[in-house]
Design a binder for this molecule. Structure first.
Ligand code: C2E
Ligand code: MG
Ligand code: MG
Ligand code: MG
Length: 286
């Protein structure tokens, strides 16, 4: 590259910039059409209560099913939809679909809970409360079964405003989880003042268990804090028997990860719950 003339280099740069711009434009158009065509749908990842082995709920995770059959992950389209100002609309559509599904779940009287991710821009939309209220009414899902996940960064950015938006929803029975906990910059005071019901320990700490000597200490600190505050804990990224047993031994409430199941389309989630058997423990745990 460095041997090429400046002119050639520039020309190359120009055309690639043009291509990037083209791609972005196409992506934006595709997202707009995708929302109209109902291409953004939730899949459901089981959440397992570690002590009992019961599938106590699921987290809805957005997927973009494109007309050509390709499935796009939220890491690609959520930031783009946020940038385009379309996240309140997209988020409401996913929340509605997920609530409609979850309202149908009944496994011999056991009703799994539903957790849904909420973007800060969606959360701060002035219509957020009435949208959630309307979706709960339309779907018939009990508000107590709905849990909204906000990332730690979003939650601590403006704790007063966040608490104010949470209050009327909590009054209806909706629960709140603080997602990706441990990756932000929250301090004890802020975190203890925010009315969260659940801490979700970020998967990087769970995954580092066994390789990074500090990971267990961080996990235990979060578990101790949550216990002192009377809050539930969910460990994300549970991938191995070792992760499972460590978290269970340390009384983490709930586990979520590939060790139990990847996120599943709604009908597969239902099959999963019907055929589920709690993983057995190795001798040293039993
Ligand atoms: P998140 O809420 O922290 O979700 C957990 C992510 O970890 C999901 O990725 C899930 O598929 C993945 N995961 C689950 N178990 C394991 C495991 O054992 N190992 C590993 N390595 N990964 C695991 P996904 O579905 O790609 O979602 C990524 C992020 O996109 C989510 O992180 C969430 O922040 C955001 N997102 C997903 N759906 C929505 C949505 O409907 N609305 C908004 N605003 N954001 C969403
Ligand atoms: Mg989440
Ligand atoms: Mg997370
Ligand atoms: Mg995450």
């Amino acid at each position: 590259m460095s041997k090429q003339s400046k002119f050639k280099g520039l020309q190359f740069y120009d055309s690639s910039m043009h291509e990037t711009a083209q791609r972005n434009l196409t992506l934006e158009d595709d997202i707009r059409h995708g929302i109209e065509n109902h291409e953004f749908i939730p899949v459901f990842q089981p959440k397992v209560e570690l002590e009992t082995g019961v599938v106590i709920g699921a987290e809805a995770l957005a997927r973009w099913r494109r007309p050509d059959g390709a499935v796009v992950s939220p890491g690609v389209f959520v930031p783009k939809a946020e940038e385009m100002g379309l996240i309140p609309q997209m988020g409401a559509s996913i929340l509605r679909d997920a609530c409609v599904q979850a309202a149908k779940w009944d496994f011999n009287g056991h009703k799994p809970r539903l957790a849904v991710n909420v973007s800060p821009l969606q959360f701060e939309d002035p219509n957020f409360f009435s949208i959630v209220e309307e979706i709960l009414e339309e779907s018939g899902l009990a508000p107590e079964l709905l849990e909204l996940e906000l990332t730690e960064t979003a939650a601590v950015d403006n704790p007063e405003r966040v608490a104010k938006i949470m209050r009327p929803l909590r009054a209806k029975g909706v629960r709140f989880a603080i997602d990706d906990f441990g990756t932000g910059h929250s301090n004890f005071t802020t975190v203890t003042r925010l009315p969260f019901d659940v801490f979700k320990i970020d998967q990087q700490f769970v995954r580092a268990h066994g390789s990074d000597p500090h990971a267990p200490a961080i996990i235990e600190m979060i578990l101790a804090m949550a216990e002192a505050l009377g809050q539930e804990t969910v460990a994300e990224g549970v991938e191995t028997q070792e992760h499972y047993e460590f978290l269970r031994r340390r009384a983490c409430t709930i586990g979520q990860g590939y060790f139990f199941s990847p996120p599943l389309p709604a009908h597969e989630f239902e099959e999963f719950v019907r055929h589920w058997r709690a993983p057995s423990l190795t001798k040293k745990m039993a």
